[in-house]
Ligand binder design. Structure first.
Ligand code: SAH
Length: 458
């Protein structure tokens, strides 16, 4: 394709959509131009920055017709920090865009015509993140801390973040200033020198308990007493201070070794009446308010009467499993990370569940084996990572025919692909309910209900 525009051209364009990065998309004779900060239904005058074979980039010179959903982004770091993409779109506008996006992806990729319901959003779509992983870095002008610019490892030095909890703000804003005084150096990625790499803050929303994890580039931590005192001063409700050691030259945040410096080695939280212990390294959903909405939806779609055997595939620390176990005869959870399965077992015990069974391993291998041992399920719940379900698991579903499948997905594209595979072999998608787990960003979570429509007679 020959680009119909070239660098430094000025054009007036109509914005049709948003990309996953939150950029506006305009098309000139079918050639897409990506424009930072532009919103759907806007007419904007742009200056072309760069053209490639199949697409180009432009920047806004003037907004000629503004979207009725345009708002002033409340965060001063918006556009620099890579965390949020949609703060310039009203929350209602965000929910509307997410609903349309899910509907379009379902049609385009899956040819799915099931109803896509309006997105379940938050009443207060701010300060929802219960976990922040804050990179620290030593620069020529002193230590900085914040979040990365989009697609880079460059830290935007920040004092606060409007989607995280205030305890994480306290760490971000003050720790870097006061660290020097106690003699702790921030890490430098280039030289691999310095002590403090990341600070991870986690909060149990229901309990108010806070864990602060200091990720250090060394085992020895001579200033640890002073650091404990400083953190307790900055975050008075801290209940756990942990050192995690990561001496590798790597982008992976946490190392394998953790030492509790002060307080407990976990925090507790509850979701919908179920208690969870969360340690420094366990996976836990980052928006607890919406997690409850999501799990309730999954439970609702599972339509349990108390007699069902349920399989929860990709179960993590068993959060959905325990939610379902309140209404099922038996729940069997499978998850590839062994530590998560240990956590799931402990959480089941903590809550007094005796109708759960957890096993570590790949879902696509463990579930066929369960079926071969006559451990059959009436309802199957899946919550896979972004890449969707493994094909072997979909084949098992098609062969074993559980009467209902509840599919929890963080990626509408792979959801649509997998729904299509199941629809081609006996299932019908009844309904799709998107849930906004990540306000101000382009991420969307969705739950789909599938029912078995016919049984192959052979
Ligand atoms: N349902 C959980 C976790 C969902 S995240 C919750 O709501 O908290 C997806 C999970 O799938 C992760 O815990 C990941 O470790 C796990 N996973 C990835 N590939 C897997 C596989 N092949 N088999 C089983 N689990 C897998």
């Amino acid at each position: 394709m020959v680009a119909p525009v070239k660098k430094n051209d000025r054009k007036t364009v109509y914005i049709e959509d948003l990309t996953h990065d939150g950029n506006g998309v305009a098309k000139i004779d079918g050639y897409p131009l990506f424009i930072q900060g532009a919103l759907p239904e806007e007419t904007v005058e742009v200056h072309v920055l760069k053209t490639l074979k199949n697409y180009g980039f432009a920047k806004i010179v003037d907004i000629l017709k503004e979207s009725p959903d345009r708002v002033k982004a409340p965060c001063i770091y918006f556009g620099k920090c890579g965390g949020c993409q949609l703060q310039h779109l009203s929350y209602e506008g965000q929910l509307k865009w997410k609903e349309n996006m899910v509907r379009n992806v379902m049609k385009r990729i899956g040819k799915i015509d099931a109803p896509v319901l309006p997105v379940k959003g938050m009443q207060d779509p701010w300060n929802y993140r219960n976990k922040s992983q804050i990179p620290f870095s030593m620069t020529e002008t002193g230590p900085i801390a914040g979040f990365y610019k989009s697609k880079t490892h460059e830290i935007v030095d920040m004092e606060r973040c409007l989607i995280q909890v205030s305890e994480a703000d306290a760490m971000m804003a003050n720790l870097k200033k006061e660290l020097m005084e106690i003699g702790v150096q921030a890490y430098n990625e280039q030289s691999h020198q310095g002590m403090l790499r990341h600070v991870v803050v986690r909060k149990g929303r229901a309990t108010g308990e806070v864990m602060v994890v200091l990720v250090t580039n060394k085992h020895k931590f001579p200033q640890k007493e002073a650091a404990i005192e400083l953190i307790r001063k900055l975050v008075p409700n801290v209940t756990s201070i942990v050192q995690n050691i990561n001496i590798e030259k790597t982008n992976v945040i946490l190392g394998n070794e953790t030492v509790t410096l002060w307080g407990k080695n976990f925090i507790e939280d509850t979701i919908g009446g179920v208690r969870f212990e969360i340690s420094a390294r366990s996976f836990y959903q980052v928006n607890p308010v919406q997690t409850e909405v999501l799990y309730k939806q999954a439970l609702d779609y599972a339509q349990l009467t108390g007699d069902e055997i349920v399989i929860d595939a990709y179960c993590g620390i068993g959060t959905i499993s325990l939610f379902l176990a309140q209404k099922a005869k038996m729940v069997m959870g499978v998850e590839i990370v062994e530590q998560a399965i240990e956590d799931a077992k402990r959480n089941a015990e903590l809550n007094g569940f005796t109708n759960t069974y957890f096993e570590a391993g790949p879902a696509e291998e463990v579930i066929p084996r369960w079926y071969s041992e006559d451990k059959e399920a009436d309802v199957l719940v899946v919550d896979p990572p972004r890449k969707g379900c493994d094909e072997a698991l979909l084949t098992t579903i098609i062969e074993q025919k559980p009467k209902r499948v509840v599919y929890v997905s963080c990626n509408p594209a792979t959801l649509a692909r997998d729904l299509k595979i199941l629809e081609d072999d006996g299932y019908k998608t009844m309904e799709i309910q998107p849930v906004d787990m990540f306000p101000q960003t382009t991420h969307v979570e969705a739950v789909a209900l599938l029912e078995l429509k016919f049984v192959d007679k052979q």
